[in-house]
Design a protein around this ligand. Structure first.
Ligand code: BGC
Length: 357
């Protein structure tokens, strides 16, 4: 029941976001389109969703966050009336060539709608072209294609959209979590600056670029002086993130006051490295991530991690499924559908944890 209420609330949030056209990353929103495929599907009713074939491409199954996302996506599609047998979810194994082959197979198999988490956002134009040529509506998730690409969808009135959260907001929230502690609490070495290291996700991914930029911008906007001691690419990966932070700690030692990680998987790796180096979060260093993985929210409660940002996989997965359904019903979609992140600190972590269950 609680889960149902949460889902309902999230669906409502997405609807409000849709109506208000809220958010606004590199968005190229336009009104609903009416390409031939949508007209052909216009007679679809809730009843025959069970006969519709959905192809879902995930960039990499081993990604913690995308696992939560795809499980929710499948659960919600089934709840909406799709047959589990008609939902095919494939693992791109972090290889664009593999994923492109999977998309070709879905096209050959005449799927009714595609939901794609690209391996490389820069492949969007090629993918869009072949999916449009096949007359299949497409919902991109998680890795946002660039503004030029989104403009093409609008200009051509294609049944293509992106559903996701604005990563600038998550970066800003990370910076604010640190800024709210105040300089006195953070500036352990008393040099008047916030000395930090940045562990980035995949640089191809706009989420990584925006989180890196906006976490620091939130601090400078609030008037703090900052000093970047190290900036490394951990590819969203826990083990890699841990190794990078361990290296950085051995190189810069006590000078590091804050560890920013573009996601929670890398923050978990960072925590291990911090503990191995004999440092203590909240006492002589601070650590923030993004996603609100259950394990991380628990550590925010226990004080082992300073904070994170809830990357709402329920809203994104349900929103992507709703967009797919609207295409199947011939209703069209805005080309860019956004949802909100939520800041997670010790103050609200229990509440967030309860909502994840
Ligand atoms: C998440 C990461 C995830 C990445 C995959 C990001 O939005 O925060 O945890 O690895 O998406 O593209």
């Amino acid at each position: 029941m609680k889960k149902k209420l949460i889902s309902l609330a999230l669906v409502m949030t997405m609807c409000i976001a849709l109506l208000a056209g809220c958010g606004g990353s590199s968005s190229a929103s336009s009104s609903a389109s009416s390409a031939p495929a949508a007209e052909a599907a216009a007679e679809a009713t809730d009843g025959d969703l069970a006969t519709k074939k959905v192809g879902v491409c995930i960039y990499q199954f081993s990604d913690n966050f995308m696992t939560l996302f795809r499980n929710e996506l499948e659960r919600y599609l089934v709840e909406q009336g799709f047959s589990k047998d008609n939902i095919t979810i494939v693992d791109g194994a972090n290889d664009q060539a593999t994923q492109s082959g999977q998309i070709d197979n879905f096209i050959a198999d005449n799927v009714d709608v595609l939901i794609i988490n690209l391996v490389n956002s820069s492949s969007a134009a090629t993918v869009t072209d072949k999916v449009v040529a096949a007359g299949i509506p497409l919902v991109y998730i998680n890795r946002e294609p660039d503004a030029d690409e989104q403009q093409r969808w609008a200009d051509n009135n294609w049944n293509i959209c992106y559903v996701g959260c604005d990563a600038r907001q998550s970066g800003t929230f990370q910076g604010e979590i640190i800024g709210d502690l105040g300089l006195d609490a953070v500036d352990f070495n008393k040099n008047g600056k916030i000395d930090y290291i940045m562990i980035e996700g995949d640089p191809e991914n706009i989420d990584a670029a925006y989180r890196t930029e906006f976490s620091v911008k939130a601090l400078t906007d609030a008037g703090f002086e900052v000093n970047c001691l190290d900036d490394q690419v951990g590819m969203w990966d826990q083990v890699k993130g841990g190794e990078l932070v361990a290296n950085s700690l051995s190189q810069h030692g006590n000078e590091i006051e804050v560890v920013f990680c573009n996601n929670d998987a890398m923050a978990l790796g960072a925590l291990q490295a911090i503990q191995n180096a004999g440092r203590k979060v909240g006492t002589d260093i601070y650590l923030v991530g993004v996603d609100a993985l259950t394990e991380v929210v628990e550590k925010v409660i226990s004080g082992e991690i300073t904070g994170t940002v809830f990357n709402n996989h329920f809203a994104q997965a349900d929103g992507a499924a709703d967009a797919a359904i609207r295409y199947l019903k011939g209703e069209g979609n805005e080309h860019n559908i956004q949802c909100d992140y939520t800041k997670v600190t010790a103050e609200n972590a229990q509440e967030i944890l309860d909502s994840l269950k």
